[in-house]
Design a protein around this ligand. Structure first.
Ligand SMILES: [Zn+2]
Length: 292
């Protein structure tokens, strides 16, 4: 099973903005600046992905409904696209937004990006949203790590505090606190509600076009810790802003030389079990993406 746990298929205006931003950092990025949603879907068709998690989030106040409705409609047209919702730190009635996305619109969970959405995960205004997600026992993805790239600061202690305050809220550390994998592995071992995912991580070590800088000992730490924690580690691509084309992102993963069992868990095995925790019948209810 192939499940891409981290994808950004967005409304046309937002997709164009995302690609412009990506090309400003990586002018040689092989996914064209004017790539369309249909072309991105074609990339998944070519690769034979079974499911993907589509992560949307508003950048501005007033954008929440637009991005969530887009994800709902995308899921309705393509049931193999598993939607995650977003909201803005200044949105009113956050519990109602969570209820609508998870109830009426059938989303699996939510995604937050503290750097680009400009908020502190422990901001008191966010607590209603976390409490409501915890009430539903549904997962929340947080962007973590890559602080040098974003010029941001999100200490591991912040994420630890969140996991501790909401013990029944499944929290996924997107990018696994890159490059602080020691903290990430420590927390996944310590907290039942913490999950990791390795989006952008392999490209940052195994694709020279996307290596920001050398982090002493980080690659070794990563390769040692993956195996023991693989039942709670997923893999995603960040397509269309991953480390290369969709195919190249998987090629970078292959250069890590993981065992067959470990690779199988990362690229889909763990994600299937993750989704089944929340939607036990999902593989029969939601048909996989048809094969090319
Ligand atoms: Zn992303």
């Amino acid at each position: 099973m192939l499940v891409d746990c981290h994808v950004h298929l967005l409304p046309p205006r937002r997709l164009a903005g995302l690609m412009k931003w990506m090309h400003s950092f990586y002018p040689q990025h092989p996914v064209p600046r004017d790539v369309t949603l249909e072309q991105c879907l074609g990339h998944y068709h070519a690769l034979g992905v079974d499911y993907l998690f589509n992560l949307v989030y508003p950048l501005r106040l007033g954008e929440t409904e637009e991005v969530n409705r887009f994800n709902f409609e995308l899921h309705r047209r393509h049931p193999w696209i598993i939607p995650f919702g977003g909201l803005h730190v200044e949105d009113e009635a956050k519990a109602a937004i969570v209820d609508r996305c998870l109830g009426e619109w059938g989303f699996l969970g939510f995604k937050f990006h503290p750097f680009v959405q400009r908020f502190d995960p422990l901001d008191p205004r966010m607590m209603d949203a976390y409490a409501r997600l915890e009430h539903w026992r549904r997962p929340v993805f947080f962007h973590t790590g890559f602080e040098d790239f974003y010029g941001g600061n999100l200490p591991p202690e912040t994420m630890e505090e969140l996991a501790r305050r909401f013990p029944k809220l499944p929290v996924v550390f997107a990018h696994s606190l890159f490059p602080r994998f020691d903290d990430a592995f420590r927390m996944v071992a310590r907290y039942d509600n913490v999950w990791l995912e390795m989006t952008q991580v392999f490209g940052s070590f195994f694709d020279s076009r996307y290596v920001l800088k050398e982090y002493e000992g980080a690659k070794e730490l990563l390769l040692e810790g993956l195996g023991p924690h693989s039942e709670r580690i997923m893999f995603g691509t960040d397509h269309p802003t991953g480390s290369g084309t969709l195919e190249e992102v998987y090629q970078a993963l292959d250069r890590a030389g993981l065992s067959e069992t470990l690779r199988e868990r990362l690229v889909g095995g763990t994600a299937v079990k993750f989704v089944e925790r929340f939607w036990p019948d999902f593989t029969t209810r939601l048909p996989k993406k048809p094969r090319a």
